[in-house]
Design a protein around this ligand. Structure first.
Ligand code: G16
Length: 540
């Protein structure tokens, strides 16, 4: 039986950069998750009837509970079949793959990505469309509009499904199929990469799954299929609270891995992934590779993997990501695209066959194999390249810079800033754009300054106000924007970049290389004055 439940709107259900992310306590309010899920279903509407829908999450606290709700609501929305990862688990790229493999109408991915988990931490719901990628802005805006007028949600009056039992059961008139979350994804990886070459190369690897979703995937692929030694995967058991850690693969939160990779007995290759498995951190023995550089180096060497042997159609990066990948595209004579922050902006380019590889400074890299960024994919492409070239990560990086030059790069995050203060900073900055060109700051001269607007070449849509960028003479740059993924206060992100040509000093300390740009950024935006912070909370 289908039951109708009365409800009233919540004002705060506007999806951010990647779905709706809030504290668990917010999601635990009666009707909160249901209102959002029903709004998604109302927007997708008749397309759901008889269709397949994928549901899974990163296993964080509240995952199972919300999955049970979503199953009952999907039955009420007359969905034909839901495909759910066993235990409610699906990494974000695996969910994207399943949506595509099954010809599903879309999927609900329950995750707050790299944000911490647990009763006092974060939860999230994201809707992905039939191409397997995050819903584009038009859809997320329609979902938000629906949340603001919703007055009822519908659910079948059925008991919980056993999420741990593989196989098929019925919920009202709908089939619920519980699948192994790893199998299809691992098969896809075997098609793309040369597993034999990786196996034969005799590399040593350390992969930190950060007690999050990639544990089972990495154990199956790295230890079982590729034969890396047991213990290659550390923190491999997904935990509801990620063991109390922040599952963000950066130099602050994956510090142990970094220290291991800088030590005397470091393995050849180190990597980590985040809460939902779409981000990656790459560290060779003694060499950290920035996500922007990783994108460029992967693109330059991708032809060494069977899945990309035919070459790349184009490379896309988000605007705050360094321009290192653009130089690779130039040399390969393929187009380079610059999109706003948010993986959803790559979807159209990938669908149109205009780009093959995409990446972001926020530790995301991926390709047209799915429509999400993919942490393990990046790890496997790196391993494929190391195996085929016989070179170390450090060697690949140095040779890359000697060919293309080096984009010294860092991101400074000021977290938990009062929203009013952060908004005031951005408003003042936007107001000053016209007066910036020609201004001297910290020994640098501003060449141009603007607020990035993206014109999607596939559908003509325009996304304005995507971040303030200030370019200095000589090719250095600073970008300012507010994060769209936080759950408390505002996070100011300041992206700093200096380009050094192939004949320049390619072996500088990044902090020293960027010092004048850091000083210029503060002078231009008044960071200390507005936020009261003298130092960023996180430098990546
Ligand atoms: C999400 C998006 C990414 C974006 C990142 C950071 O990643 O999918 O495209 O770069 O957030 O966004 P922001 O700077 O607005 O916080 P994830 O891994 O959190 O899903």
């Amino acid at each position: 039986m289908i039951r109708t439940h009365q409800t009233t709107p919540f004002p705060d259900q506007k999806p951010g950069t990647s779905g709706l992310r809030k504290k668990v306590r917010v999601f635990q309010q009666p009707n909160y998750a249901e209102n959002f899920i029903q709004s998604v279903f109302d927007v997708v509407g008749a397309d759901l009837v008889g269709a397949t829908l994928v549901i899974g999450g990163d296993g964080r606290y509240l995952n199972r509970e919300v999955i049970q709700k979503a199953i009952r609501m999907a039955a009420a929305a007359k969905v034909g079949r839901v495909v759910v990862g066993q235990g409610g688990l699906l990494s974000t790229p695996a969910a994207s793959n399943l949506i595509r493999q099954r010809g599903a109408v879309g999927g609900l991915i329950l995750s707050a990505s790299h944000n911490p988990g647990g009763p006092d931490e974060d939860f999230g719901i994201k809707y992905n469309i039939a191409n397997g990628g995050p819903a584009p802005e038009g859809v997320t805006e329609a979902i938000f509009a629906r949340t603001q007028v919703i007055d009822r949600w519908l659910a079948s009056d059925t008991p919980d499904v056993d999420l741990d039992q593989l196989g098929e059961v019925a919920v009202a008139d709908m089939a619920v199929e519980i699948v192994d979350p790893v199998t299809d994804y691992a098969a896809l990886m075997e098609c793309l990469f040369d597993f034999d070459a990786i196996r034969a190369a005799g590399l040593t690897v350390s992969f930190d799954a950060m007690s999050a979703i990639t544990g089972p995937y990495a154990t199956e692929i790295l230890e079982r299929r590729l034969g890396f030694a047991p213990g290659t995967v550390v923190n491999g058991m997904p935990l509801e609270d990620f063991g109390g850690h922040h599952p963000d693969p950066n130099l602050v939160h994956a510090r142990e891995l970094y220290d291991r990779m800088m030590g005397d007995d470091a393995p050849d290759f180190g990597a980590a992934s985040d809460g939902d498995g779409d981000r990656n951190l790459i560290i060779g023995r003694g060499r950290f590779v920035t996500p922007s550089d990783s994108l460029a180096m992967l693109a330059a060497n991708a032809h060494l993997a069977p899945g990309y042997a035919g070459g790349l159609k184009g490379i896309a990066r988000s605007m705050p990501t360094s321009a290192a990948a653009d130089r690779v595209a130039e040399r390969l004579k393929i187009p380079a695209f610059e999109t706003p922050t948010g993986w959803k902006f790559f979807g159209n380019l990938l669908d149109a066959g205009m780009a093959t590889i995409c990446g972001e400074e926020s530790a995301g890299t991926g390709s047209d194999h799915v429509r999400e960024k993919d942490g393990l994919w990046a790890v496997l492409l790196w391993l494929n390249i190391l195996a085929k070239t016989g070179k170390s990560v450090d060697q690949i990086a140095r040779e890359h810079w000697a060919t293309y030059g080096r984009n010294y790069y860092a991101r400074h995050d000021y977290e938990g800033v009062e929203s009013e203060r952060a908004d005031a900073l951005m408003a003042e900055l936007r107001g000053s754009l016209a007066s910036l060109p020609g201004r001297q700051v910290a020994g640098l001269t501003v060449e141009t300054a603007d607020d990035f607007a993206y014109h999607d070449p596939t559908d003509g849509s325009v996304s304005a106000r995507q971040g303030v960028r200030v370019l200095f003479q000589g090719g250095s740059r600073v970008v300012f924007r507010l994060s769209g993924t936080g759950t408390s206060g505002a996070t100011l992100r300041v992206y700093l970049e200096r380009y050094e040509g192939p004949d320049g000093d390619l072996d500088r300390d990044t902090g020293a290389a960027l010092a004048d740009i850091v000083a210029a950024a503060d002078e231009i935006a008044g960071i200390v004055r507005h936020t009261g912070r003298k130092q960023p909370d996180v430098i990546t």
